[in-house]
Design a protein around this ligand. Sequence first.
Ligand SMILES: Cc1cc2nc3c(=O)[nH]c(=O)nc-3n(C[C@H](O)[C@H](O)[C@H](O)COP(=O)(O)OP(=O)(O)OC[C@H]3O[C@@H](n4cnc5c(N)ncnc54)[C@H](O)[C@@H]3O)c2cc1C
Length: 474
Amino acid sequence: MDIPLISGTTCIFDAVGVGLGPFNLSTAALLEPVEKLNTLFFEREKEFQWHSGLLFPDATIQVSFLKDLVTLADPQSRYSFLAFLFANRRLYRFINANFTRVSRVEFNQYFRWVANRLPNLEFGQEVHAISLEDKSFKVLTARGQVRARNIILGTGLQPTIPKCAVDFIDATTQKTLLHASKYLHIEPQSGGVSVAVVGGGQTGAEIVQHLLSSPDKVPRTLSWISKRSNFLPLDESPFTNELFTPNYSDYFYGLSVQDRVSILAEQKFASDGISNSLLERIYQLLYQAEFLNGSGRCCSLYPRCELVGITPSTQNGWILRLHDGFNCAATIVEADVVIFATGSTYKPLPALNPIMNRMAHGDHGFIVKDDYSIQWDGPQSLKIYIQNGAKHCRGVADPNLSLMAWRSAKIVNSLAEEYIYDIAESNSVFDFTRTADTQRSRDNDGKSDGDFSQAELPATRGVRRRHVSARSPV
Ligand SMILES: Cc1cc2nc3c(=O)[nH]c(=O)nc-3n(C[C@H](O)[C@H](O)[C@H](O)COP(=O)(O)OP(=O)(O)OC[C@H]3O[C@@H](n4cnc5c(N)ncnc54)[C@H](O)[C@@H]3O)c2cc1C
């Protein structure tokens, strides 16, 4: 059967984006002024929402608000966070409020404000299949198909559930055994029952804080379990923040696979630790419960404990078997509700199955070129760009907001085959280029294949490259 074109889409698009989280929204915002590129973005949800299952009223972003959708690639863009504040007549109020960090609720408002201004975003359209036909990609959604010369994948990460629990999670258990990403959607009962939170990162901490600070939610007993040796802080010091810069991303890209793997393990707390203010808040809540408001010691902490088994209990709850890394003993925890704050990982989109065997894989994920396109054996003029799926070759900042605008600008430049955005020059306290130039692309396909490759341009610091305004592409 011939599947109809989605109404109004008779052309072959220069690019079709799949998924609209912040990363593809950033790319769409930076593409908007580029008149020569005709693009369309699909999102399966009915409207833009930023991790709505974890959008706690008091949660804040863990980066500067300058790391918004566009500013670090185009400070004059009309889609910046400051432009949002200005347009909503709250810039003075925002300044006077003097927040140390911006609320995630407000950043979500900002993202939605941008999404409402871009004309080429289609919500409520899940992409089911991407195939190659007649020298272009065919992108199939529930409502029809479109054609595209390039694909931009921005479908985010998938929740990770400990292996021992996977078989127990289904629609019948979702109110008592759930991944944190669904926490506010499901709102499991917690007041007066026993709850276990598995995971000692920021998300686990946010849930623990939420449970302890809402009177109707405080559990009878709360067990907080973490594989890590303690409930450890996020490293937000300036030298660590250098890992979240374009220079470092390029440097990391030039390292060998072995070096990348060991460095990523070393840098875990640069991205996965708990913000200091939240650690303090939780500590204070535990203090208040134990000494000030008569609740007693309701929370048991299990650092360096790994969940190794789970079974249903006779009381409709769960029995968790932990391996205690301090004394190698087995510990049992019982809970009515178990919440897995055990992170997320990149999993290839099933919609890519028709072309998956043509895309190059390494041990840790797709082989990704300098311009964030995946190496593949299809026509080299057709590209599949990937966002949030290149941590193994781009480093710890890949899933983070910090490099969102820069990466989007790289993708836009690659699509346009010209420097629409001048992202070449940035400064680092470290002299990363020294090593990177000698090792670049040892494990990637860094060879010139005639494509526009931003890596092939001179990397010498201080050499100013031609700036081409985003407003007037030449
Ligand atoms: C709770 C939370 C807070 C975070 N806070 C910060 C922070 O403060 N600072 C920071 O730097 N990083 C933060 N991060 C990390 C990162 O910035 C976010 O995860 C960010 O949302 C990643 O954006 P994304 O676009 O890759 O993916 P997502 O936001 O996950 O968006 C992907 C989108 O793709 C859609 N999709 C998936 N499959 C399809 C399909 N087949 N067809 C159509 N659409 C599809 C999904 O519905 C989804 O809307 C946070 C992460 C979480 C989970």
